[in-house]
Design a protein around this ligand. Structure first.
Ligand SMILES: Cc1cc2nc3c(=O)[nH]c(=O)nc-3n(C[C@H](O)[C@H](O)[C@H](O)COP(=O)(O)OP(=O)(O)OC[C@H]3O[C@@H](n4cnc5c(N)ncnc54)[C@H](O)[C@@H]3O)c2cc1C
Length: 478
């Protein structure tokens, strides 16, 4: 068991102090890298980063990965190459025991391990809030690389189907996209998808651009509540010109398969995406510590729990007060800066010094709208169009820790300036399953095709006739 430096108990001679960071997103990876820099020379300190995936995702680039402007893997960075002496464990955190100071992990083969800590950093992020609207589990989410692949495959699949559909009503439904929630994520996604559709529609002879309908639905009074009203109005104008039907002050009552119900209208849509807010990681929300009404762990301005001095929290799973007492927003630009200060604070505590408060004034907020367009305000200056897009993307490009990835991204962007996105739909069925599907096409009852299942099938398995298998794990495929 490691010692308990920095808390009530003194360090145990010869036993290294273990700092465990949970979560390999912006907050966790940057905290770990900064701790390596600050404590690299100290052999009495062990740094361990645990995360479910062996890469970290640059979420602002996920939209372009979905449309194919960026190669899918290029919006992520493998974690191991960016660490020097910290240990990385790819595992799912199942349980955090704050009294015993242990974390239970399930590693990929399913083995459970307990990891003791002296300091724990909670950087487990958030998940899409599916508790606001009944039926939310019927909608696509947009938070992970898998979400981007699934949505992309699904959308292309709808085009393939609509191209051969003869029933106008059915075709209309196949080509209707509803995005629920017009904050940054919902609006940026709508922008990128409209741009994607503008480009790919030419490959489908029986679909006209005006056949594709987009709805962007927002419960609040306007889209992009995070940016100034004039810039949000500019974004709304850009999207309206691309045919997006923007509905504000329109709370969604429920989502069913293929249907979105509002107070005054029901929209039949084959693609429904939910981006109406986030809630903290359930593991954090379940911890016996003080939390805010959203379930985020409440920490002080130094990002440390007042009741549990060995617990630190940052990023989307923590409520960190600004100088006025209001929590900082859940944004990557904050997570990055919080991480650096938090690492310094742990290093200070290990030296017996006082941690310092995190104070940060936002540089600006921007939203990309597809077709290399964006809007936003940077250091007080409003920006629109290509300059806004370039500024925003350059900032996040440099959040990629290594030049190898940055160069790949720059090549993707350059290529995308001159060529159209492709419409390759990645079928994740292995060869034997594809063969099985082909054989079943001639049989009485088709063989069950489990979307995205990458295991060898049982050849005898038969099931109800299934629709085309294209969208691995697709949740809304009426
Ligand atoms: C599509 C999209 C676009 C965005 N665009 C912007 C933008 O342009 N600008 C901006 O400032 N912000 C943006 N954000 C918000 C930004 O992504 C978050 O604020 C930021 O990622 C928070 O960082 P984090 O490290 O706290 O959480 P995350 O980045 O979510 O990282 C959490 C990590 O914890 C891991 N994890 C979770 N549960 C477990 C578990 N049980 N076991 C092991 N590991 C686990 C996850 O795999 C992940 O690696 C965007 C978000 C999305 C979804």
């Amino acid at each position: 068991m490691p010692n308990t430096t920095g808390t009530a108990s003194p360090p145990t001679l010869g036993v290294p102090t273990r700092i465990v960071i949970l979560g390999g997103g912006f907050a966790g990876v940057i905290t770990t890298r900064r701790l390596e820099k600050l404590l690299g020379a100290r052999r009495d300190v062990e740094i361990v980063l645990v995360s479910r995936d062996n890469y970290f995702l640059i979420t602002p680039l996920l939209f372009e990965a979905c449309s194919g402007t960026l190669e899918l893997r290029h919006c992520s960075q493998p974690i191991r190459p960016v660490l020097q002496r910290a240990r990385f464990i790819e595992a799912t955190v199942d349980r955090i025991d704050l009294d015993r100071r242990t974390v239970s992990l399930t590693v990929p083969e399913g083995t459970v391990q307990d990891l003791a800590y002296d300091h724990i950093v909670l950087a487990l992020g958030a998940k899409t809030n599916e508790r606001i609207i009944p039926g939310s589990s019927q909608a696509f989410t947009f938070k992970t690389i898998a979400d981007a692949i699934v949505l992309r495959n699904h959308l292309i699949e709808r085009f393939e189907r609509a191209d051969v559909e003869t029933d106008p009503e059915r075709k209309r439904q196949l080509l209707t996209v509803v995005v629920i929630g017009a904050g940054l994520v919902g609006t940026e996604l709508t922008g990128e998808l409209t741009a994607f559709v503008d480009e790919i529609v030419r490959w489908y002879r029986n679909i006209r651009r005006e056949d594709v309908r987009f709805y962007l639905i927002e419960a609040g009074p306007r889209i992009l509540g995070e940016v100034d009203a004039p810039l949000a109005a500019h974004a709304a104008n850009v999207l309206t010109k691309r045919g997006v039907d923007i509905r504000t002050q329109t709370p969604v009552r429920s989502i069913d398969q293929g249907r979105v119900t509002m107070a005054d209208q029901v929209v039949e849509a084959s693609t429904i995406v939910l981006s109406a807010g986030i809630e903290p990681n359930p593991l954090v929300a379940a911890l016996p510590v003080e939390k805010d009404r959203h379930g985020r762990i409440i920490v002080d301005a130094t990002m440390r729990s007042a009741a549990r001095p060995s617990v630190w929290g940052l990023g989307d799973c923590a409520a960190i007060p600004d100088p006025s007492g209001k929590p900082y927003p859940s944004l990557a630009q904050h997570a990055v800066r919080e991480a650096k200060v938090l690492a310094h604070n742990i290093a200070r505590v290990l030296k017996g010094e006082q941690p310092r408060p995190f104070v940060y004034s936002q540089l600006g907020v921007m939203a990309a709208l597809g077709h290399f367009q964006a809007i936003g305000r940077v250091m007080g200056f409003p920006l629109t169009g290509f300059p806004a897009w370039w500024t925003w993307r350059t900032y996040y490009l440099f959040q990629m820790p290594r030049w190898s990835r940055r160069i790949r991204i720059m090549i993707d962007w350059t290529v995308a300036l001159f060529f159209r996105p492709d419409i390759v739909k990645v079928d994740l069925a292995v060869e034997s399953r594809q063969l099985e599907r082909a054989c079943a096409a001639g049989a009485d009852a088709p063989v069950r095709v489990v979307s995205g299942e990458a295991t060898r099938p049982r050849l005898t398995e038969r099931a109800e006739p299934a629709p085309m298998a294209a969208s691995p794990g697709a949740r809304s495929a009426p």
